[in-house]
Ligand binder design. Sequence first.
Ligand code: FMN
Length: 366
Amino acid sequence: MPDLRESLSLLRKNNDIREINDEFNTVLEISSLANYYQKNNGPALLFNKPQGFNNKVIIGLFGTQRRFESLMGRTINEISDDFTSLFETISSKPGILDGLKLFSKLKNFSINDVSSGPVKHSYGDITLDDIPILKNWPKDGGKFITAPVVITKDPETGTYNAGTYRMQVYDSETTGMHWQTQKTGAMHLLKAKKMHRNLDVAVAIGVHPSIMFSSISPLPEGIDEMAFAGYLSGQKVPVVHGDTVDLRYPAESEIVLEGYVDPEETKEEGPFGDHTGYYTPVDMYPVFHIKRIYHRENFIYHSILVGKYWNEDVPIGRAIERDVGGKMIIDATKKGMSEGIRREWPEKIEVDENEILKEKMKKYVL
Ligand SMILES: Cc1cc2nc3c(=O)[nH]c(=O)nc-3n(C[C@H](O)[C@H](O)[C@H](O)COP(=O)(O)O)c2cc1C
């Protein structure tokens, strides 16, 4: 399967990436340049020498719709068509001929279990302090990992989930885990709590855009994000098994953090300059403890910058829920759900987060 590095090669070919060889600081400097480029429809930025670090930072991967579509290999409308088609296929009762069509459609809707991969190149030689994680906005509570693929398993059923939830760096081996209460990761933790055990968590950073997109998409529970990424990209995602966690993760990730969350432990998280254009205030969230960090040789750290409109998650959001494509995805999701769940689904999703938050959070304006 193509990985993050192949995506960067594609951007080079398209002349849609700018390599920065001057030293920029990970505290506010990289983000302010990235913000400038983002607001001006500029290329993605690859910082070759973040000040004080040995590894590169890629930011702005999804900064324009054109770039997002070229990295995904299809337009936003095609992505939503794929989504609709997947759900129609899964929910249909095929005859023999349809069965063949079904097989060809779903042949990549699966994962490829492999015994090793580039991410297993090294472990034990770095901590969070060696990764060029950014502080994006002046009043942010610290540095945040903003493009993680957080992988957990339902402790009862063993069903996998991947979601993107920001992670505030507390020290060299712990971070916050900002999964909101309705998100699948939080639900897995709740089940672990009932079973009086910690929840294994693996965090992949620097993956192919189709994996990142799957992690962000509100897929119905039970649909494996890695399988969906394979379906989208046309190639099964190779996954390796963790060593200190009972989880599998993309073998071609740049970095993987293996660790756990203790359901009894929370800590202050935030503030964070969010995609609404406002700071989300400090609140209590679970803590992620790192047991081991795996990384590729010369790993590249991927960061997503959000903030005031236009920001990097607009093209992603459009594909998911804002635009024509998004509506189709939501409709398709509803179609794929059982009657019971569908009854709970709001008929119109028209909440303008910006408007609600503007009033409530004036004091947090960026
Ligand atoms: C850049 C970015 C950052 C995000 N950060 C968070 C976050 O901190 N917390 C959260 O609950 N959701 C966050 N989301 C949204 C989730 O990734 C999204 O709701 C996803 O579908 C969650 O997966 P789940 O339904 O499997 O829990 C973020 C999305 C993007 C694009």
